[in-house]
Design a protein around this ligand. Structure first.
Ligand SMILES: Cc1cc2nc3c(=O)[nH]c(=O)nc-3n(C[C@H](O)[C@H](O)[C@H](O)COP(=O)(O)OP(=O)(O)OC[C@H]3O[C@@H](n4cnc5c(N)ncnc54)[C@H](O)[C@@H]3O)c2cc1C
Length: 381
């Protein structure tokens, strides 16, 4: 009864996709989630997440993105539901900013169709934007947004149709290797499996103490403001954006799901700590930071507040993901440190984690994400 091929700890963005991929390979899978499915206390809530092919963070992500797009289409067709909305994406900043220049470099390296617009052209073409003329925008038509709560449901339901067992409101308390496999103790039961996958987001460090300093949770706040001119903030007229202003980065979306256009500031107020230490109720200081930015770049969007929500990043030291097997116990794998840009990859992370659990290897190039790049294996400080 309590014996599985693979146990997945955390059924959020990455874990739900992993359960689906494993079940699709005929594995007997158990997904364990401490809260509800879906829920609003982790990293994968708030109705929308940006997906874009142009990738200023590093061109090495582009092949994974191409596969992620394919797998998003697959789960959409499996679920019979639209989970991806194509709006185009713009990466905006000065000519030398990382966001603009990195995005351009990734398009050139991977022959991704794109246009470069001067600030005034961006403002004319998509008038919700009012950026300085000296800014440059890289427009890429395949960008858009995903629906994370709906996608978590779609992955879990697809996994369940394939025989996966998924338990919400069951918290993993501890685990240990047993022979070639693992034993997992929860607040309800004890299970055994041949492989264990950690997709526990901001809580990965509580079960893998070696990760505490390498995958650090950070409080984020999102705002939804009612536009003064809502017709400028529809998905048809307002591409999703990343923008760099004075060394800070921001991102945002058209009106969808809530009567306001949504945006946030990467790293927000730089508040790091364990998830339990965060104040989950957004406050006036949170709102002020976001409103100041909206007033500058989106004057016709800067109307009454419709919603504020808290969420968590989990940052690695170099902002690249941590995806690996544990060297001493290769039956255990981890996906962590998504550093505020992981959701768009969830569909392909599911495939990679299923590869690691079943083959202890993957055809995808995950060298950028190896744990030992931090100079020491997981056993070290
Ligand atoms: C405000 C905000 C905006 C973002 N915008 C974007 C964006 O536009 N595009 C993009 O690509 N990315 C974006 N990201 C990043 C992206 O959302 C995250 O990288 C991604 O959601 C992380 O998914 P996850 O599965 O690691 O975490 P989660 O979805 O939080 O899943 C981890 C799960 O593990 C469960 N869990 C933890 N411990 C246990 C335990 N002991 N037992 C059982 N279950 C457990 C948790 O309850 C949780 O459900 C954003 C993040 C935030 C916070």
């Amino acid at each position: 009864m309590n014996r599985f091929d693979t146990i997945v700890v955390g059924v959020g963005g990455m874990g739900s996709a992993t359960c689906y991929q494993l079940a699709n390979r005929g594995q007997r899978v158990l997904g364990l989630e401490q809260f509800d499915i879906p829920h609003t206390q982790g990293s994968s809530h708030g109705y929308t997440r940006i997906i874009r092919l142009a990738y200023y963070e590093d061109p090495a992500y582009v092949p994974l993105l191409r596969r992620a797009y394919e797998l998003w289409a697959e789960i959409e067709s499996e679920a019979g539901e639209q989970l991806f909305h194509r709006t185009g994406s713009v990466d905006v900043g000065t000519e030398t900013s990382q966001v603009f220049s990195g995005s351009l470099a990734s398009c050139i390296e991977h022959q991704i169709p794109h246009e470069v617009l001067a600030g005034a052209e961006l403002n004319r073409r998509f008038p919700g934007y009012q950026v300085p003329d000296e800014f440059r925008a890289l427009y890429q038509p395949d960008g858009g947004f995903l629906l994370p709560e709906r996608a978590t449901i779609a992955f879990v339901e697809a996994a369940q149709r394939l025989g996966a067992v998924v338990h919400a409101r069951e918290k993993v308390l501890e685990w240990e290797p047993v022979g070639e496999g693992v034993r997992v103790k929860t607040d309800r039961s004890v299970y055994e499996a041949g492989a264990l996958v950690f997709t526990a987001g901001a809580w990965n460090g509580s079960l893998l103490p070696e990760l505490v300093k390498l995958a650090v949770p950070e409080r984020q706040v999102l705002a939804w403001l009612q536009p003064h001119q809502p017709e400028l903030f529809t998905p048809e007229r307002f591409p999703v954006f990343n923008m760099q202003v004075d060394g800070e980065r921001y991102y945002g979306f058209p009106v969808f799901g809530v009567p306001g256009f949504k945006f946030g500031k990467y790293r927000h107020l730089y508040e790091q700590g364990p998830p339990e230490s965060f104040d989950w109720e957004p406050n006036a200081a949170d709102e002020a930071v976001l409103r100041e930015y909206a007033a500058e770049m989106f004057p016709s969007g800067n109307g009454p507040t419709m919603s504020l929500k808290t969420c968590m990043f989990t940052n690695s030291p170099d902002d690249h993901f941590i995806i690996d097997l544990l060297p001493e116990t290769p039956q255990v794998s981890v996906a962590a440190g998504f550093s505020g840009h992981g959701y768009k990859f969830a569909s392909v992370i599911g495939e990679i984690m299923a590869d690691l659990a079943t083959e202890r290897n993957t055809q995808h190039d995950i060298r950028l994400f190896r744990w030992d790049r931090f100079g020491a294996g997981p056993a070290a400080e």
